[in-house]
Design a protein around this ligand. Structure first.
Ligand code: ATP
Ligand code: MG
Length: 461
C-alpha cells in the first residue's frame, strides 16, 4: 500500500485530504506544519508528499527541498491558494511533480495522485528492467537431459507456486543462477521483480544497507534514505548468491527477515513488512560450514527447505552434446554466422574433458570456437587448441590458483592469460585494434608487439 504524507496548517483541508486518500486505499499520515513534516520525512519514506505552499515558519518549498534530499524518488505535490506563476514555477524547478490551486476538486486531486504514483512505479520498474537486461543470461533456457537435470526441472516446476525457500548448491559454473531465474520466471511471482545479490562481492556494512536499505545520516555516506533490495523485491524473488560468504551479523538479520517476514533499515526505527521468496545459492559445502561454526545452523535449515543440488558437468556428461548444440546455435545466431558442425572426434574430446569450470567453461569454449571457425567444421584439433590453455581470468576469480609440490609453469600461465585477454579485448571491440588496445590500457605499439608475439592475426586498425 502506498504511503502519503499530507502537510497543511489548515485543519479542515488536512482532514478532507486525509479522508479522501484513505478511502482511495492509501496509507495517510498528516503533519500540521513544515517542521513536523520535515521530522517525519527523516524518519520514514513516503511514496508521495502533498504539501501546502504557504505555511508559517517553514514553507512548502522547504518541505520540498527536504524531501528531495532525503528520498529523491518521493513524488511531491504542492497546494497553493495564491497561484502566482512565480511560486509554482519555483516549486517545479526544485523538483515538484505538479501543483494544485485551492479550491480544488476531489476528483482532480485523485487523478493527479494516481498518475504521479503510476509514473513513479514505471520508473522503478524501468530501473529493474535495466538491471535484468544487464545480466545477459536472464532469459536463457536451461538445457539438460541427464537424470540429474530432469530432476532439477521437476523441482523447479513443483516449487513454482509455493513460497518455500530454496537453496541451490553446486560448483562454480553449474547453472545455479540460471536455475534461480527459472524458478522465479515459472512462478506466480514472475510479474514482480527478480533481484539478484552477490553476497560475497560487497563488504558487510555495505551489504547490510544494500539488502535492507538505510536512513539518511545512519552512517557516513548515507546522504539520503534508501530502500533496500528486500523492499524492491517485494512480491517477487530475491536471489542471495554466495550465501556461504555472509558474516554472522548478516546471517542473524537474514534469519529475522525469514522468520518474521520483516526487517528494519539501517538506522531505521520502523519494521517493514515484505513478501519475498528467497532463493539462495552457494558453491561451498554449507553442512561443513555449519559443523565448523561459520554458518548458523538455524539459518541453514530455514534456507534449505527445498534443496537443489546441481551436479558438476563431469558427472552428467550426457548433457554435453545437448549443451554444445545449444551454445553453437546461440553464438552463431548472435554473430550472424552459419552454425558450425562439430566432428565426432571433437565431441569425443569434449566428452572426455574434466570441465572444472563446468557449463560456464563449456560455454566460453563454444563461444571461441564459433568466433574462430572459418570452415564450418570444428575438428578435434580446434577443440584441443582451446582446451589446453590455462584458465581464463574470470575462471580464476572463482577457482583460485594453487601452488602444489608439483610446481607450475609461471611463464606459460602468464602468457596464457595475456593471450586470452588480448583475444577477449579484440572480441569485445569487434576486432577494432585501437579500441581493444585502449581497453587494455596499452599504447598501439605495445599492443601490436603482443599481437605478433602470440601470432594473433586479423582485425582492423
Ligand atoms: N543447464 C544449462 N543450460 C544452458 N546454459 C547453462 C546451463 N547451466 C549453466 N548455463 C550457462 O552457464 C553459465 C554459468 O551459469 P550460472 O551463472 O548460472 O552458474 P553459477 O552456478 O551461478 O556459477 P557461479 O557459482 O560461478 O556463480 C551461464 O552463462 C549460463 O547461462
Ligand atoms: Mg552464480
Amino acid at each position: 500500500m502506498e504511503k502519503i504524507l499530507v502537510v497543511d496548517d489548515e485543519q479542515s483541508l488536512r482532514e478532507v485530504l486525509s479522508i479522501m486518500l484513505r478511502r482511495a486505499g492509501y496509507t495517510v499520515i498528516s503533519a500540521t506544519d513544515g517542521e513536523d513534516a520535515i521530522e517525519l520525512i527523516h524518519k520514514e519514506i513516503f511514496d508521495l508528499v502533498i504539501t501546502d505552499l504557504r505555511m508559517p515558519k517553514i514553507d512548502g518549498l522547504e518541505v520540498l527541498k527536504a524531501v528531495k534530499s532525503a528520498s529523491p524518488e518521493t513524488v511531491v505535490l504542492i497546494i497553493t491558494a495564491f497561484a502566482t506563476a512565480d511560486s509554482a514555477v519555483e516549486a517545479m524547478k526544485q523538483g515538484a511533480y505538479d501543483y494544485l490551486t485551492k479550491p480544488f476538486q476531489v476528483d482532480e486531486v485523485q487523478l493527479i495522485i494516481r498518475n504521479a504514483l503510476e509514473k513513479r512505479r514505471l520508473t522503478t520498474e524501468n530501473m529493474l528492467l535495466k538491471r535484468e537486461m544487464a545480466s545477459q543470461s536472464s532469459f536463457a533456457q536451461l538445457v539438460g537431459q541427464s537424470e540429474a537435470m530432469q530432476k532439477v526441472f521437476d523441482v523447479v516446476r513443483k516449487v513454482a507456486d509455493s513460497k518455500s525457500n530454496v537453496l541451490i548448491c553446486g560448483e562454480s559454473g553449474t547453472g545455479k543462477e540460471l536455475v534461480a531465474r527459472a524458478i522465479h520466471y515459472n512462478s506466480a511471482r514472475s510479474s514482480h521483480p527478480f533481484v539478484a545479490v552477490n553476497c560475497s562481492a560487497v563488504p558487510e556494512t555495505l551489504l547490510e544497507s544494500e539488502l535492507f536499505g538505510h536512513m539518511k545520516g545512519s552512517f557516513t555516506g548515507a546522504i539520503c534514505n534508501k530502500a533496500g533490495l528486500f523492499e524492491i523485491a517485494n512480491g517477487g524473488t530475491i536471489f542471495l548468491d554466495e550465501i556461504g560468504d555472509t558474516t554472522p551479523t548478516i546471517q542473524v538479520k537474514l534469519l529475522r527477515v525469514i522468520q518474521e517476514r520483516e526487517f528494519r533499515r539501517v538506522g531505521g526505527s520502523q519494521d517493514i513488512k515484505v513478501d519475498v521468496r528467497i532463493v539462495a545459492a552457494t558453491n561451498k559445502d554449507l553442512e561443513k560450514a555449519v559443523a565448523d561454526g561459520s554458518f548458523r545452523e538455524d539459518l541453514y535449515y530455514r534456507l534449505d527447505v527445498i534443496p537443489i543440488r546441481l551436479p558438476p558437468l563431469r558427472m552428467r556428461t550426457g548433457d554435453i552434446p545437448l549443451l554444445v548444440n545449444h551454445f553453437l546455435e546461440r553464438f552463431s545466431k548472435e554473430s550472424g554466422k552459419p552454425k558450425p558442425v562439430i566432428s565426432s572426434e571433437a565431441m569425443h574430446v569434449l566428452l572426455g574433458h574434466e570441465w572444472r569450470g563446468n557449463v560456464r567453461e563449456l560455454e566460453n569454449l563454444i563461444e571461441r570456437v564459433v568466433a574462430f571457425s572459418a570452415e564450418g567444421l570444428v575438428t578435434d584439433a580446434d577443440v584441443r587448441g582451446w582446451l589446453h590453455r590455462p584458465t581464463t581470468q574470470s575462471q580464476q576469480s572463482t577457482m583460485p590458483l594453487d601452488l602444489t609440490d608439483e610446481g607450475l609453469d609461471l611463464e606459460g600461465l602468464i602468457n596464457g592469460i595475456e593471450k586470452d585477454l588480448l583475444l577477449k579485448a579484440l572480441e569485445r571491440s569487434k576486432w577494432v585494434k585501437k579500441k581493444a588496445a585502449r581497453m587494455l590500457r596499452l599504447n598501439t605499439r605495445s599492443f601490436r608487439y603482443r599481437l605478433e608475439k602470440y601470432a594473433i592475426k586479423g582485425g582492423r586498425d
